[in-house]
Write a protein of this length. Structure first.
Lengths: 415, 344
């Protein structure tokens, strides 16, 4: 079976590009995959099903959404909130009408009025301020209703269903990377706490800095590693200065790092921190790498992160005591080696068990095979049953016919 | 208790599964249960027909019969376990293997078209539901249980059963290799014929019938085995017992077989079993150089093993007797006790 595969790929700097680089070799062992060249909308000849990886960045995923709207297939929703993507595809190209319609679909007339405000610049851009209130995922879900959606978490599954999506849906965990056994980076810190990936407010960097500053009072040897590009609207330096963390070497900075360096840094960290709020329903590739390596992990108690079993990561609620709880979590892990080891072991086991690459690729093959031929099989089976029912005089809509439907659903033959 | 034993029926075909189901009903009746066999014809091709035929089982209403409750349903192999019942126990002989381990092999059924791939997935979903809802799943062998767990993540308790009850006996070897099996490709009778062709001193008798018979007979002719490979077809119980009694060794080496009653029948006849390292279920029964020989699945290895047994008749007899002790430990009494003790 031939699958047209739409996704960003390295060297593009995107979590989804990394994801595809990991998944593709395993998928190719199970299916005939053709990766579609960036910008090409039509799938290659003899394609049985197209697979579209969608995230929230219009630069990276705009062409993919355009393709899927023309040629519906199975979409992988890497995050649920797509407001930025949709705004880029509509307003970013002068298409006000589609943006207004998308907002109305999501939140009725009130949302449409709000969208008018955005267009007229009397309301700040919603994709920057309130994207989680208007995810605008409907455009994508509507396009693939007959084919299917793949999500990575219960959070996104529930949100898709709540948004009215009633088509096929498969929940497939994000695969974990195999441990590349990278040598730990030579960095100081007793302990070294690491936060890797893009640095911005939604990664709770302000709260992390505050908690780290408090930890430093009792543990002057502690170091915080921040590795990743700083978001353009996020002011890191002034925060460091305000908290007395600038210039004393307590915060170690690296900009975007390549995969090799990333693993080295993670391998060195005594504690990894992957916070998030608000969540767009995304899964964290960094958190998964940390789990694979068996690093003690601290996460926010939101979205996919909440779905991690207790005992695999320490979860910090996003509330008025967030900084206090985070400080306590860091203090606990800094002071208790046994707790760090137990958490690390549980993390590694969890990654192996739930995020095994082979199992993930199998689940993709299941989903794609069901999506590509499912409709034809459903038609054949239901048609044969219906003809037999009619031949013995069962009335459509009658109780016997309704029971047939119930039994077909039970046996999941019609899925 | 009123117990319905469910088993599909392939018209004009009778094999181990049918013998098993009949025997189970008889054993249950022997314990004063009111037991009956429920069958529905099964045809698994072409295309998605496997699903519509499986669906027939889903439509059956076995909660009552003639105004009285049926207390327990024991389903056996695909698709009979799709039946609905609040007290359903599955004693799994096998799933629809074409959708699992035989897929993409020469014994598979589904090609690479999206429709065939989706049909295969629909079989998986049906199995997940039908087996997942059962109160308890037993599997006839570790091999079947492992396959189930690997494919669907469902657990089954291993519960082997004895072979058909015949007056098995052991007589002096007439120096032939016996094969008792349905003649289809998965049973790998062709490997035996190749082995016999390798060594001109070997002789075999092939009991059974099936869709591969014509090909196998042609193959025997091509290899010049006239007189050394005899196709006996289906034989009666008396003749079967006599063949078991007089053979040198029983060959049984299907591809990754579920279980197979033949090794037990051979053992009860005091005969060793010749099987291969990839035979699956039989490897749970046959111990190499203790109750038989386990060799590589090649004609040369099989011929060499047969030659060795011919040269060591005492050893063959000893292994056959050791096998008999193994087979005698598997009884209907203990199997049915465990089946009925499954927690309600």
């Amino acid at each position: 079976m031939r699958v047209a595969y739409y996704s960003p790929l390295p060297p593009e700097r995107s979590g989804i590009a990394d994801y595809s680089a990991l998944l593709l070799p395993a998928l190719r062992r199970r299916l005939d995959i053709e990766v579609v060249k960036r910008g090409r909308r039509r799938p290659p000849r003899r394609t049985d099903i197209a697979l579209y990886h969608v995230g929230n960045d219009p630069e990276v995923h705009g062409w993919i959404v355009e393709a899927l709207r023309r040629w519906p297939g199975v979409v992988v929703l890497h995050e649920f909130v797509l407001h930025h993507l949709i705004a880029g595809l509509t307003l970013g190209r002068g298409d006000v009408a589609t943006y207004l319609a998308a907002m109305e679909r999501e939140g009725g007339l009130a949302a449409r009025l709000l969208a008018h405000g955005v267009v007229e610049r009397s309301v700040p851009p919603l994709w920057e301020n309130r994207p989680e209130d208007f995810p605008l995922t409907g455009i994508v879900l509507d396009a693939v209703r007959d084919r299917g959606v793949i999500v990575h978490s219960r959070t996104v599954e529930e949100r898709a269903r709540a948004a009215g999506y009633d088509g096929p849906l498969w929940r497939i965990p994000h695969p974990a990377w195999p441990d590349p056994e990278a040598p730990p980076a030579e960095l100081g810190g007793e302990p070294l706490i690491g936060c890797l990936g893009n640095l911005n407010a939604s990664k709770r960097i302000p709260q992390l800095l505050e908690a780290f500053a408090r930890l430093r009072e009792s543990r002057p040897g502690a170091r915080l590693l921040l590795a990743g590009a700083v978001s353009s609207r996020f002011e890191l330096e002034p925060r460091l200065q305000r908290l007395g963390l600038a210039g004393d070497g307590s915060v170690l900075r690296e900009d975007y790092v390549d995969e090799r360096r990333l693993w080295s840094l993670l391998a060195r960290c005594d504690i990894c921190v992957a916070l998030r709020a608000p969540t767009m329903g995304e899964t964290s590739g960094i958190a998964l790498r940390a789990l694979s390596l068996g690093r003690p992990l601290v996460v926010s108690d939101v979205g996919w992160f909440s779905e991690l079993p207790d005992g695999v990561a320490l979860k910090v609620p996003v509330d008025e005591l967030e900084v206090e709880t985070l400080t306590a979590a860091l203090e606990l892990l800094a002071s208790d080696e046994a707790a760090r080891s137990a958490l690390g072991r549980a993390a590694r086991d969890h990654a192996k068990r739930e995020h095994d690459l082979g199992r993930v690729a199998d689940a993709y093959a299941t989903a794609l095979e069901a999506a590509a031929g499912g409709e034809a099989v459903r038609d054949a089976v239901v048609g044969e049953v219906a003809r037999a029912a009619a031949a013995v005089g069962l009335e459509p809509g009658g109780p016997e016919a309704l029971e047939l439907g119930t039994r077909l659903r039970e046996a999941r033959i019609g899925e | 208790m009123r117990i319905a034993v469910c088993a599909p029926q392939v018209p004009f075909t009778r094999g181990g599964a049918e013998i098993f189901a009949d025997r189970l009903v008889a054993e249950l009746r022997g314990r004063d249960h009111e037991a009956d066999l429920v069958t529905v014809p099964f045809k698994w091709y072409p295309g998605s027909r496997v699903l519509t035929q499986a669906f027939l089982w889903r439509l059956l209403d076995l909660e009552q019969a003639d105004g009285r409750a049926i207390d327990l349903v024991v389903a056996t192999k695909f698709p009979s376990y799709a039946v609905r019942h609040p007290n359903k126990v599955v004693w799994l002989l096998h799933q629809f293997r074409q959708a699992y381990d035989l897929d993409r092999t020469e014994l598979g059924q589904f090609d690479e078209s999206p429709e065939d791939r989706a049909t295969r997935r629909a079989v998986h979903r049906l199995d997940e539901t039908a087996l997942g809802e059962a109160r308890k799943v037993f599997a006839t062998s570790r091999n079947v249980a492992d396959r189930l767990e690997r494919a669907l993540g469902l657990k089954a308790e291993v519960l082997p059963h004895p072979p058909q009850e015949l007056a098995y006996r052991c007589e002096r070897s007439d120096d032939f290799i016996l094969s008792v099996n349905r003649l289809d490709r998965a049973k790998r009778i062709d490997l035996l014929l190749d082995a016999v062709a390798t060594d001109a001193s070997l002789r075999c008798i092939v009991v059974g019938d099936g869709p591969d018979r014509g090909r196998l007979e042609g193959m025997a002719r091509e290899r010049g085995l006239d007189g050394r490979a005899e196709f006996a077809g289906r034989v009666g119980d008396e003749e079967l017992v006599a063949l078991y009694a007089r053979c040198l060794v029983v060959y049984y080496a299907p591809v990754d077989e579920d279980f197979g009653m033949v090794p037990y029948e051979a053992f009860l006849s005091g005969k060793p079993v010749l099987t291969t390292t990839d035979a699956g279920g039989p490897l749970e029964i046959v111990s190499d150089r203790r109750t038989g020989l386990v060799c590589e699945p090649s004609a040369a290895a099989l011929a060499e093993a047969c030659g060795w047994l011919r040269a060591h008749p005492e050893q063959a007899r000893e292994w056959g007797q050791a096998g008999k002790a193994v087979a005698q430990r598997v009884t209907w009494e203990s199997a049915v006790d465990r089946l009925l003790a499954a927690p309600a």
